[in-house]
Design a protein around this ligand. Sequence first.
Ligand code: ZN
Length: 237
Amino acid sequence: MIKIWYGLVVLIIVESVAYALAAGLCTYCQRMLRWQFAAVVNSGRLAENIPYADSINRYAMLEEIDSYVVAAVIQTESSFNPCALSRAGAAGLMQIMPDTWENVNAKIKACVGRHPNACGFSCFYDPDLNIHIGTAYLSQLVKQYNGNVSLALAAYNQGPGAIDAKKDIPEDGAEYVDTVIFYWYNLTAEPLSPYGVWFERLKHWKMALCWIEAITLLLFTVVTRKMVTSCRGWRWR
Ligand SMILES: [Zn+2]
């Protein structure tokens, strides 16, 4: 029993070291992936062979933002479904909240003269209008974060309030930003760097190691309890 116990202790240590290593490398690859993305993102190319390419290109050019970033945001937000509506109330292709819509529209007057009152679902679900407002908003955020597209994407997803305090991408916004980045590489057919490939791989390894360690800890508890019981028996009998 004591041998198994020692074996488990060694296993837990090895697993912890492996996890820390995988986690460290994963974070490193994630940083490099974002850094490379930031370096290549302003391709100036026009989007082709994707839904709503005309609207995407028109407003991306107008707002001086990469067409494929807009396309990747649309894919992440709504999978190109113009009628998408989230539980929080974000609507349309680019999943825009009514408040945001109102603010941006007040500046760029995209929807002026369409209806007598405030914008409603008929506006939100109009693909061309939605892309216009969403792209203008995204561009506004990119400027606000001095051209840091990753931060702008995190702010687009979580609201600028979540980003302003830390000037860093919060943990729960990281997945969104990385998803958009992966879609961007996919849509542009730009080759994903080894950092991107390893980032994905290490993310899975991290998860697997976490489970393996949990199982080992469970076994460790069982063995320890058994040992304590048999030890007591030996002492008192
Ligand atoms: Zn409207």
